[in-house]
Each structure stands twice: as C-alpha cells, then as structure tokens.
Design a protein around this ligand. Sequence first.
Ligand code: ADP
Ligand code: ZN
Length: 622
Amino acid sequence: MIESVPPATVEAMTSPTGGTALDILRSVFGYDEFRGDQAAIVDHVARGGDAVVLMPTGGGKSLCYQIPTLMREGTGVVVSPLIALMHDQVQALHAVGVRAAYLNSTQTLDERREVERAYVSGELDILYVAPERLSVESTRSLLDRGTIALFAIDEAHCVSQWGHDFRPDYLALSELAERWPDVPRIALTATATEATHREITERLSLGRAEHFVASFDRPNIQYRIVPKRSVRDQLVEFIRAEGADSAGIVYALSRKTVERTAEHLTQHGIPALPYHAGLDAATRAATQSRFLREEGLVVVATIAFGMGIDKPDVRFVAHIDLPKSVEGYYQETGRAGRDGEPSVAWLAYGLQDVVQQRRMIDDSDADIAHKRRAAAHLDAMLALCETVQCRRVNLLRYFGQTSEPCGNCDTCLEPPAVVDGTVAAQKLLSTVVRLDRERGQRFGAGHLIDILRGKQTPRTTQHGHDALSTWGIGADLSEQAWRGIVRQLLAQGLLASRGEYGVLGITQASGDVLRGERTVQLRQESERTPRVRKTKSSALSELDPASVELFERLRSWRAEQAREQGVPAYVVFSDATLRGIATSKPNTSAELSGVSGVGAAKLERFGAAVLEVVRDHAVRGA
Ligand code: ADP
Ligand code: ZN
C-alpha cells in the first residue's frame, strides 16, 4: 500500500507528461471522449488560463485539473479539505500511473519530508494539500522550491459565508494569486447557487477566470417522494426492492433515529451502521472506511456524514426525515450514482415533519432574518414534495435552470391524480376556525382529524367537541387521507402551524377558500403502499443473461484485488468498466484496452488476470 510515496515507488513510475489532452484521456485514464465542458476546461487551463467550474457531483471535475497538470511542466497543487479522501485519491492516481502524493496532518514527519523531497526534485505530477497547510509560510516557501503547474481549488464553495469550518483557510487562498500571478488557478464546486458562484469568484480573486457552468441535472438519479406511514418498514421494503447488496446512505435528523434505524435494518438482514457526531472519531473513521471499501453496506447517518463520501457506486440515498432545504437535499441525494449508473433518491415525509420543523424554526434563538430564511427554505422543500409536476423540473428551476419533464421521477413515471379538494379544505378550515375561538386551548392535527371523522376520544368528550357543527362531516375520508390534506394545505400556505404543539391556524389565504372564492387542488394519495419499482435498469439488468455470470466473476476477482491491496474496489475498476468487459468478452490485450476505463497502467497491471477470468469463463461455460 502506497501511503506517502516511498522513494522506490516514485522512481518506479514514469510521468505520462507530454501528449495532447485526448491522448492523455485515452492512454492514461482509458476513456474515449471528454464529457460536456471537460475538453474546453482542460484546454483553457492547460494554456494557463484561470477557470471557475460549476459541475454536479459525478460530472467529472477531477479530470479538469488532472489532465492540464499532466500537460504542463511541474506539479499540480490540489487544495482539498477532504483529508480522509486524499489517500484514496492518491491511490486511484497511482493505479493509472500518475505520480501523486499528499501533505496533511495525518502524516508523520518522515513521511512529510519524503513527499517534500519528491516535490522539490520534480518527481510528482500531482500534490494534494490540505487548505490549512497552504496558509502557512513554510508550505508556501516549499512550493517555491519546485515548479507549480497549476493550483486546483476543490470544494471551492468552502469560501462562501454559509460554508464551512475551512472558511478562514479558504479565504487565505486569495493570496495565491498575488504570490504566484503566473500560475493558473481552477476553482471547482458542485454547489450551484448564483450567490455561491459570485462569492467564489470574488473571494478567490478569480476576476479574470473563464466560467464553466454545467447543467446540474443528474439524469441517472431517479427521484421519488412518498408519504410517510411506518417509515422503517417502508425503508426496508424500499431497500429490498432496489436489490440487496447495494451501497446506500440513509439520512435522518436525530442521533436517536439514526441508531434505531440502523438497528432495524440490521434486524431485517440489511447490513447497516450508524454514523453521527455523537460517536467517537475512531468509530466514525472506521465506518467511513468500511463504507468506501465494502459493497452492499448501508450507512444510516445525520448530515454529519457527507463531505468526503466520494464513493462512486452509492446506489441509493434515502431520507427518512424531511431535509431542511432543497440545497441540502440536492447535495445529499447527489452522493448517489456518481459513476453515472442508475440510482435512486428516495424521501419519505409526513405531516409530523412539517409540524416539527416549523416548531424548530419558531423556537430557535436566531434573529428574524434567519428565521425567515429558514422558513423560506422549508417552503421550497414542501413545494417540491407536494408538486404534481416533474420533480426534476422543480429541482432544476430552484437552481435557475429550465428543463423538460424527465421521465425518470415518480411523478413522471406514475402521474398522481389531481382532485378538487375545495370542499374537504372548507370542512377542515371551518373546524380550525371553530377551535380557534377556544382561546388558550391547544389542539393539533390529530384532534382536528378526530373531530372531522367523528371519532369519540376522552379529549373530544371533555371539550364537548362532538357538539360542533363540523363533527363527523369528514367521515368519508380515512385518517391517513386527512393527514395528507393537512400537509398539503400547510404546503400551499392555506394553513399555518404555530408554536410548541403544532397548533393549526388559518392564514389570510384560507379566507378565500372558506368564502368559496378560491379552489384547492390536491394530489390524491393512494391508500395502499405504492408499487415500488425497480430502477429502470440496474447494473445487472442491462446485461444479457450470458454476461451476468461473467460480470459476477469479475466482481469477485475485483473484490479480491481490492482486499489484497487495501484499496476500494473502484480503484481497481469501476462497475461500468466491468460491465464493458463482461459484454465485450475480450480475448486479447488489444481488445481489452478498447474497453472504457482500461488505460495503459491498468492494462499492464491487471490485463493478464482479467483475460484469464474471461477465458476461464468461456471454457467452463456459463
Ligand atoms: P466529480 O468530482 O465531479 O464528482 P469525478 O471526477 O469523481 O466527478 O468523476 C466521476 C466519475 O466519472 C469517475 O468515475 C470518473 O472516472 C468518470 N469520468 C470522468 N470523466 C469521464 C469521461 N470523460 N469518460 C468516462 N468517464 C469519466
Ligand atoms: Zn420527472
């Protein structure tokens, strides 16, 4: 295992420098063509230009600085806050024959010295550096002793004010421009909002940069949002339907929910581990490392599990609590399917989520402006949940991008029936008005629904609510259906939820409904659990039956390789590459090198073994 590039390793690898961008893409990385803006970005930076790159997760940002680095003289310095990842990133580069190393706080003095020596002697193509290292003079003067090919500033949104722990170190990066005015700089992020874009440009002094803004669509992710019933069972059902042994992340808001859910999954035969800030650092690191290396492990986590999850083959991201904002939701779901393979983003949410989050906003000590912002974020999230239109259109519009209905989200695949809910809304709102008259009383949604359905409870009797004129007028609908209606009215601003107990009140707009001046459209929710559909084409179903077995054999071969070398499976070959091999069944080294993802270094290292697996499979027959 190569940690900090011992001298022998550095010398053993030859730099692939020299050659056109396309040559390098093909020979080093084994890919046929650039994607999207990659070619333009590589060309611009290789010529010495600055660039700001906004590209969604999985879009292929790494090549945008790796290839220009290999085309220019010297070492590319990559600033990344994700220390836990540097090791894997460096290994992935070694696997394709690029001379890479990193400098961060996890190294011993000796290891660091060796990396510094290699850098100064020009033996490194790429050097990863933690941001806090770059703000100290000793690192800067070290960099002066070698040749810097370019600076790449990854996760550049860390400079933004909503950002991160790393913000001060990132702000200091603006000094790079003064100290090394001739070295091109490329800032990259997957955060799409215009405000962040502007801040990156200003704060990193990228006034002369060219801007490359990719579409933020992630077409391989299928978005699904379902009403919450018995969420842990729904989750088990969802995971089973998506195919066992897929890696996935389940997000929940509280530590307690995280713990309980991980336990529930494990009890139901789904390997799962909890992850939250209350666990000690060693446990968290071990969980993260297992998640990156193993296949088919589910991590149930609070949002503390996020930055640094660079695993390309996460097949699903599930939310069992409502995220606080669309930005957060999009970033979290974006961790699915970085490899471009079909993946699912699944969210279950219910009335309780809405009530609870409104309460959290009301109760927080934040100032008014902050509360307003939080409320606006929640409203946007609710609008996404309740939309009867394409989820993706809604999401992309939020980021200022227009699009057509996608055909790969739940509302596109199974358009919900829209019903006229005016009468139901009137029944509900007039009950709210009547209860509102009983000042000082606190009645939440549950009590309201009991009245509508005419369900006797100690509370309804105690308050004499069975005498209300609206008693029992909603008996035609189930409790579940009424909960859905309350939720949608909240989302449409026709109901307000206030205070500690989620007391429901009317809004200005409710008056129009009560007076019959406004109609209400509702999304009809089926009472049964909706049919869970498999992702349109899982990795396996795209293969013809004859190739499936070979694919599985290649997978076990890969697992063995990865174990032996102590690297994640994808560092050996990606799923897409294994599928390419399983389909084309190459007989020769030349044929194998034609498969996407097989570059010169991997061909030399693994070629014979892979051809052996293919041959063996052919001989023994499928
Ligand atoms: P990002 O950093 O934008 O999330 P990565 O750089 O990790 O994305 O790339 C995502 C995946 O796509 C990786 O597995 C990468 O090897 C692959 N990839 C990137 N560019 C290409 C390309 N031009 N052709 C094929 N695969 C690519
Ligand atoms: Zn859609």
